[in-house]
Structure formats: structure tokens, C-alpha cells
Design a binder for this molecule. Structure first.
Ligand code: IMP
Length: 183
């Protein structure tokens, strides 16, 4: 679905699917250059990173293996709980691999701080992070983000893989959810 299909649920469209795609072209070119000659493993964080993983991986000009993790974050609410639980672990051994974690959004950074520390302990040759969207609070966390799609305001956003209570993930654009939907 596109933003006009659910315009009553959004207060603003922050980035259209075309703008997201164009930014991903740039990031993919950067990743291709940075990992030239290296065996890259992309790790997607379910469920939100499904769209960015699918689009970014297909824009790369080099081989990239993919694996997935599922961790708990928000449940059905709009505030980070700070409680991180691994719901699905990787099936790949990270020893000696060049790992790039692909995330949908960094808000408080609590989820990723935990995840990056956990993965770094598994002996990868290198580990870095790509996030499609980043909110202002994320700047205060110790998580180093190598590639960022867009810095966005501190609003609750949906679309491009991001949900509210399981909905809006299949919105192709990124929009600010109207508060009346969750209040
Ligand atoms: P953090 O631990 O606060 O950085 O939260 C990260 C996770 O919370 C993301 O991977 C998303 O699943 C979810 N999240 C954070 N902000 C939003 C938002 O604006 N819309 C939808 N999900 C969000």
C-alpha cells in the first residue's frame, strides 16, 4: 500500500518509497566499496528490517549471505521497554565473518546496544551496523552506526517494515502515524 491509501492514518509522509530507494542506491554503493574483496554476511533483525534487507541486498553488486535474528522490542506499544530477548537466533557461525547488521530504525538504541555486544562476542572478523532510519535519541547511545539512511524527527513512524500493533509494515513509504490511531 502507498501513503494515499491510508492518508487518514498519517499526519505526514516523511519519505516516499522512491526517496528511500534512491538513498539505498547510495548506501549500497558505499557498502560495495567498503567490503570489496570481503565475504559479507548481512544480518537482518526481524520483522522490521525485512524491507530494507530485501531492497539493500538486491542493490549490492557483490555476493552477500543473509541470516536473520528476532529480538523482542516494543510489543504492541509505542515506547521502548529496554527489555531485549532473543526470540530467534542466527543459524550462521560468525567466527571470522565480516558482519553487517541491517536494522529498520534506531530509537533509544537500547535494542541494538545489546545486540551488537552479543554479536561482537561471537568472534566476527568485523562487525558494523546499517540503519535505514535514526531518531535523535540514538545519537546518545554508544552504538556506532556505519551507514544511516535518514535521520528523522522523534515521532512514531510506520511503513517500510515498521509497524504499529502489527499493521502498516506493508506501507511502501515512511509516514508519521496520526496520534488518534494509538491514543
Ligand atoms: P530502540 O531499542 O528504542 O532503539 O528500538 C528499536 C526498535 O523499536 C526498532 O527496531 C523498531 O522495531 C521499534 N521502533 C522504534 N521506533 C519506532 C517507530 O517510530 N515506529 C515503529 N517501530 C519503532
Amino acid at each position: 500500500m502507498d501513503a494515499p491509501d491510508i492518508s487518514a492514518d498519517l499526519t505526514e509522509v516523511l519519505y516516499s518509497s522512491d526517496q528511500i530507494s534512491a538513498r539505498l542506491d547510495e548506501i549500497a554503493a558505499q557498502i560495495d566499496a567498503d567490503y570489496a574483496g570481503k565475504d559479507l554476511l548481512l544480518i537482518g533483525v526481524l520483522n522490521g528490517a525485512v524491507m530494507v534487507m530485501a531492497d539493500l541486498s538486491r542493490k549490492l553488486k557483490t555476493h552477500a549471505a543473509m541470516d536473520w535474528m528476532a529480538i523482542s522490542s516494543y510489543g504492541a506499544g509505542t515506547k521502548s521497554s529496554g527489555v531485549v530477548r532473543i526470540l530467534k537466533d542466527l543459524s550462521t557461525d560468525l567466527t571470522g565473518r565480516h558482519v553487517l547488521v541491517v536494522e529498520d530504525i534506531i530509537d533509544t538504541g537500547l535494542t541494538l546496544a545489546y545486540l551488537m555486544q552479543n554479536l561482537a562476542g561471537r568472534g566476527p572478523a568485523s562487525i558494523a551496523l546499517m540503519a535505514m532510519f535514526r531518531k535523535p535519541l540514538a545519537m546518545k547511545t554508544p552504538v556506532d552506526v556505519a551507514y544511516v539512511g535518514f535521520d528523522i524527527p522523534n515521532d512514531f513512524v510506520v511503513g517500510y517494515g515498521l509497524d504499529y500493533a502489527g499493521r502498516y509494515r506493508n506501507l511502501a513509504d515512511l509516514g508519521i502515524l496520526a496520534p488518534r490511531v494509538y491514543s
